[in-house]
Design a protein. Sequence first.
Length: 102
Amino acid sequence: MRRALFSLMVVPVLLVWGVAQAYDSGHTYINGRVTSVSGGTIAIDDYIYRIDPKCRVVIVFKQDNSFHERPARLSEVGRGDTVTAKKIANTLYEIMIERWRR
């Protein structure tokens, strides 16, 4: 009886923990210069990444000694722009165009 009760308590906890580990975002941020943008891909410092269809694109600019963001489109990302991007595996989910570095 105790063994069955123990199994009923421990197995679901381990299952939930395993699923939580599988869905951990594990994102990292990269930064560099854009070398090309085409279709659903972008090359940053000659590494090619896929762009998620729902990718968030913003322009970061400096005004009056403070940083601001404004929404942008993927078409505003150009060759030579300095960007910081949030990636999971080989897919970008957020691109920040750093206009303040110009």
